[in-house]
Design a protein around this ligand. Structure first.
Ligand code: PLP
Length: 491
C-alpha cells in the first residue's frame, strides 16, 4: 500500500507542471486517484499526450487535432471529482440533463452553458433502457440511437462540439476515420449534412456486415465511404499514417474514431447514468464492457476517476485476447493480424486506447505498443479484470438469454454477459452488475437468426437505410495510393 501511494504521488507530480498555480489535492480513495480542484470554476481542462513529447493543449485543440503531434493520444490532465451530494442530486434527472451537468463540470468555460445545454439535449433525444435480467444483473441498452450503436453517444456529442468550434472560427475540416463496422456509420450519421465538415470513412471490405456497410454508403453529400481490401488494423494504420504525414498537413485532417478525446469524454456519462438509476451512494456497482479498441472502457475509467463508485470494470473481449494476457502476465504482445470473430466490431489486435489506460496507471506505451514504462499493475488488476470469450461461448449465451429470459442479444453484448459470468464464477462476487448491449440485434441479423432462430425486428432508424442507394469507392491497403486519393479529393 505504502509503495502504491508513493507511486501514485509520482504520477500526480509528473502530470502537473510547476507553474500550475491552483492547488490541487490528490486523494487516494479505493486505490485510485481523484484529482479534486479547489477552485473548479477557474481551471479549464488541459490535455497531455500519452507519448509525453507534445505540449499540453486545450480541449478545443485536442478535439480538432485528434492525434497529438508526437503520435500520442490526448488525456485530460485533471478531472473534476463529483461528491456524494452532487451525484445524488442528479438521481432523478433524465439522460440529457445528467450529461449536461457532468459535461459542464468537465469542460467548464471551454463552451458556454447555453450552447452546451442545447447540444446535449439535441444529441441525446433517445432512450437509454436498463433492462433487468435478475436481482443482481441489468443490461444497459446503448442501442437506441440513430444508428442503433453505442457509438452514437460519442459521435453525436463530438460532431456537435466540433461544429460549435468550427462555426465560431469559420474553419473547414475533413474527418478521416477507420471503422471495424459501427464507428463509421455512427460517425457518418453524426456529421451528415453539417456545413464545415467532410467525412471519409475507411472500412475493411470483408469484415463489415451488409447493414453496417449500407449505413455508411447510402448517405452521400459530405460523407464518402472507402472500401479497403484488408483488415480493420490496416485501415487504422492508413489513417494514422495520413495524420502523421507532413505532406498532408495542409488538408486539415482530423480523426473521429475512438482516439479522439471528444468521443472519450461523452462515453463516461452513461456510467454515471447507470449508477444513478441503479444504486445509492456509496453502494458499489460492477460494469462489464464488450471491448475492442477500449474507448468504451476508458470512458468507464474516467467515470470511476471522477467519483462513480465502480467496484470492478470488466473488459470483456473476444478471441483477440492481448489485453487479458497483458493483465495476467504483464507482457504485451499485439495480435497481428487480428482474429475474425463473430463480434466483428471488436476484432482488434492492438487497441489504441490501451496507451491511455496505461497512462492513467502511471506507465507509458507508445503508438507501436512498446511499453516504455510499466504501469502500476497491481492497481490495474485491482480496478480492471479482462476475460476472453470464444465464439462458441458467445453463441451459447445468445441462445440461453433468448430461451431462458426472452431477451434478444447480439454477439457483442453476449461477450459482455459471458465476461460477467466468468468473473462471478471466479470470485463469487454478487455485487449488482450492469453489462452493456452495444448494438441493436437487428444490426447482426444473420448471426442472430442463425443462433437463436428469430429475425430481429428492424428499428425504424435502420429501416430507412436499407432502401437507400449505395455509393462507395475502393482502394487497396497501399499507403501511397491512399495518399494520392486524399490529395486528389481534397486539394
Ligand atoms: C465499437 C464496438 C465495440 C467496441 O468498443 P470499443 O470502444 O472499441 O472497445 C463493441 N460493440 C460494438 C457493437 C461496437 O460497435
Amino acid at each position: 500500500m505504502e509503495k502504491l501511494i508513493n507511486e501514485l504521488r509520482l504520477v500526480v507530480q509528473k502530470r502537473h507542471s510547476r507553474n500550475y498555480i491552483y492547488k490541487q489535492v490528490a486523494c487516494i480513495w479505493n486505490f485510485q486517484i481523484i484529482i479534486r480542484e479547489i477552485k473548479p470554476n477557474l481551471i479549464n481542462m488541459r490535455l497531455y499526450s500519452t507519448n509525453l513529447q507534445a505540449e499540453e493543449v486545450s480541449f478545443e485543440t485536442a478535439l480538432i487535432a485528434g492525434l497529438a503531434p508526437d503520435k500520442g493520444l490526448y488525456m485530460p490532465k485533471t478531472l473534476p471529482g463529483f461528491s456524494e451530494e452532487e451525484l445524488l442530486s442528479l438521481k432523478d434527472e433524465p439522460y440529457p440533463e445528467i450529461a449536461f451537468q457532468i459535461l459542464k463540470k468537465i469542460l467548464k468555460d471551454e463552451i458556454d452553458e447555453e450552447s452546451l445545454k442545447e447540444i446535449t439535449y439535441d444529441a441525446y433525444n433517445y432512450d437509454v433502457p436498463l433492462e433487468k435480467v435478475d436481482d443482481i444483473t441489468y443490461i444497459m441498452r446503448l442501442d437506441r440511437g440513430p444508428t442503433a450503436s453505442f457509438k452514437d453517444f460519442a459521435a453525436r456529442m463530438m460532431a456537435r462540439l466540433m461544429q460549435y468550434y468550427l462555426k465560431k472560427e469559420e474553419r473547414q475540416l475533413t474527418i478521416l476515420t477507420a471503422t471495424s463496422g459501427d464507428t463509421g456509420s455512427a460517425v457518418a450519421h453524426a456529421f451528415y449534412g453539417l456545413d464545415n465538415i467532410r467525412v471519409i470513412v475507411l472500412f475493411p471490405q470483408d469484415e463489415v456486415s451488409d447493414r453496417q456497410r449500407k449505413q455508411m454508403t447510402t448517405l452521400g453529400e459530405n460523407i464518402t465511404a472507402l472500401s479497403i481490401d484488408g483488415k480493420f488494423d490496416d485501415c487504422q494504420a492508413m489513417v494514422k499514417q495520413a495524420f502523421a504525414d507532413e505532406e498532408l498537413s495542409h488538408l486539415n485532417l482530423s480523426s473521429a474514431n475512438s482516439i479522439n478525446i471528444g468521443r472519450l469524454v461523452p462515453q463516461s456519462i452513461y456510467y454515471f447514468y447507470a449508477y444513478l438509476k441503479l444504486r445509492d451512494y456509496p453502494e458499489e456497482l460492477i460494469v462489464s464492457i464488450p471491448s475492442g479498441n477500449f474507448g468504451n472502457m476508458m470512458g468507464c475509467v474516467l467515470a470511476k476517476t471522477m467519483g462513480v463508485p465502480i467496484k470492478k470494470i470488466l473488459a470483456s473481449v473476444n478471441e483477440n485476447d492481448e489485453v487479458p494476457t497483458f493483465l495476467d502476465c504483464g507482457k504485451y504482445a499485439k495480435i497481428v493480424p487480428s482474429k475474425n470473430c463473430l463480434s466483428n466490431a471488436m476484432n482488434v489486435g492492438h487497441p489504441s486506447n490501451l496507451s491511455r489506460l496505461i497512462a492513467i496507471y502511471g506507465g507509458e506505451m507508445d503508438e507501436k505498443g512498446n511499453v516504455n514504462r510499466m504501469p502500476d499493475m497491481e492497481g490495474l488488476r485491482q480496478d480492471i479484470s479482462s476475460t476472453s470469450v470464444t465464439d462458441k461461448e458467445t453463441k451459447a449465451i445468445m441462445k440461453e438469454f433468448f430461451d431462458d429470459y426472452n431477451i434478444l442479444i447480439e454477439p457483442h453484448g453476449a461477450v459482455g454477459i459471458k465476461g460477467l459470468r466468468d468473473y462471478r464464477e471466479l470470485t463469487k462476487d454478487n455485487t449488482l452488475a450492469v453489462t452493456l448491449e452495444t448494438a441493436h440485434p437487428a444490426k447482426f441479423p444473420e448471426e442472430v437468426s442463425s443462433v437463436v432462430g428469430v429475425d430481429p425486428e428492424l428499428p425504424e432508424s435502420l429501416q430507412k437505410i436499407e432502401s437507400g442507394e449505395e455509393h462507395m469507392e475502393s482502394l487497396t491497403t497501399d499507403y501511397a495510393s491512399f495518399k494520392e486519393y486524399l490529395k486528389m479529393k481534397l486539394e
